[in-house]
Design a binder for this molecule. Sequence first.
Ligand SMILES: Nc1ncnc2c1ncn2[C@@H]1O[C@H](COP(=O)(O)OP(=O)(O)O)[C@@H](O)[C@H]1O
Ligand SMILES: O=C(O)c1ccc[n+]([C@@H]2O[C@H](COP(=O)([O-])O)[C@@H](O)[C@H]2O)c1
Length: 197
Amino acid sequence: MKRFIIGIGGVTNGGKSTLSRSLQGILPNSCIISQDSFFKDDSVVLTDSRGFKQYDTLDALHMDRMMSEICSWQQDPQDFMLPKAKCFTSEGTKVFFLIVEGFLIFNYGPLNMLFDKRYFLQIPYETCKLRRSSRVYMPQDPIGYFDGHVWPMYLKNRKKMEDMVHDIVFLDGTQKREVLLTTVYKDIQLMLESLQN
Ligand SMILES: Nc1ncnc2c1ncn2[C@@H]1O[C@H](COP(=O)(O)OP(=O)(O)O)[C@@H](O)[C@H]1O
Ligand SMILES: O=C(O)c1ccc[n+]([C@@H]2O[C@H](COP(=O)([O-])O)[C@@H](O)[C@H]2O)c1
């Protein structure tokens, strides 16, 4: 049995969930774990002096719980996926993929070290602000949140990530969805081929 963990990171609204879902549709024996599912309850997320909840930090996430879920997949990917799911084999070997997607997946060392491939979706400030404005979070973004918290934290977290991690494939999230999917899919195929040689 072979197991691969693919990281789809990137800025908020960069297209991580969209790309991950499409990838899951074409990668055999694959499933997704989303960092968004591990936000702490609003009542325990810190607030700054301007009243902005500090959501865009690792402290706002139950990373321990996320790591446990990834560990369950590592222990038994078939069971994790769907106990009765049909398993595809490649040259007699079962190959399983875990797609981990989220905005801070490469900033958390213990998680970052698990990835076989790392992709990072980036989009310009204006595109990001526009996409974010049509998305509803719980709790909703207060007025000024994007410029006061989200974007400055993105720049800060990205700098830390780039200081720590060097083998990231950066993707232009303004490209068409199909182009992004093909790029990533081909790159994963190349990785698999290089491992066979
Ligand atoms: N390649 C793309 N081009 C244009 N819009 C996109 C693209 N990928 C995603 N979107 C749109 O951008 C928004 C955020 O996408 P989503 O995948 O939820 O981002 P993320 O998971 O990174 O926050 C959604 O409205 C989605 O339909
Ligand atoms: O999902 C939640 O509980 C939640 C609550 C408040 C805010 N968020 C926002 O979720 C963003 C990260 O998710 P995403 O999908 O936009 O990359 C981050 O920018 C947070 O500000 C998310």
